[in-house]
Design a protein around this ligand. Structure first.
Ligand SMILES: [Zn+2]
Length: 118
């Protein structure tokens, strides 16, 4: 499963960020952006996370996934439309001269740590 290696890399990245920041607090939440055209299934990602997080730095953390949409921009009629799936033609004029923007990202947006004990 492709998502397993993504989550492995993600956990490594979180670990790296925590070390770099010198943090030893627990991670309570991780925010991920998974573009709708990235080919990554967020359900499988959650499943992989459940399997891989125990014993790691993200054990017990919530996985928060947003799925940014892509946009199709037509170079002929200048029409721009948000899309959820790859398109080859402009939805308005049918031209094949289109640019697909965004929607392919797979990024770790933020890491939330537990509050400092007071
Ligand atoms: Zn068009």
């Amino acid at each position: 499963m492709h998502e397993m290696s993504i989550v492995e890399a993600l956990i490594e990245q979180v670990d790296h960020e925590l070390h770099r920041a010198g943090q030893e607090r627990h991670v309570v939440e991780i925010h991920l952006a998974v573009g709708r055209l990235s080919g990554v299934h967020s359900g499988s990602l959650r499943f992989a996370f459940e399997l891989l997080s125990p014993g790691s730095v993200v054990e017990g953390a919530q996985l928060n996934i947003t799925e940014p949409r892509a946009a199709c921009r037509c170079r002929d009629c200048n029409h721009t439309e948000p899309i959820d799936e790859m398109v080859a033609q402009c939805p308005k004029c049918g031209s094949g001269n289109v640019l697909i923007e965004g929607g392919r990202e797979l990024t770790l947006d933020s890491i939330e740590l537990e509050p400092y004990e007071t």
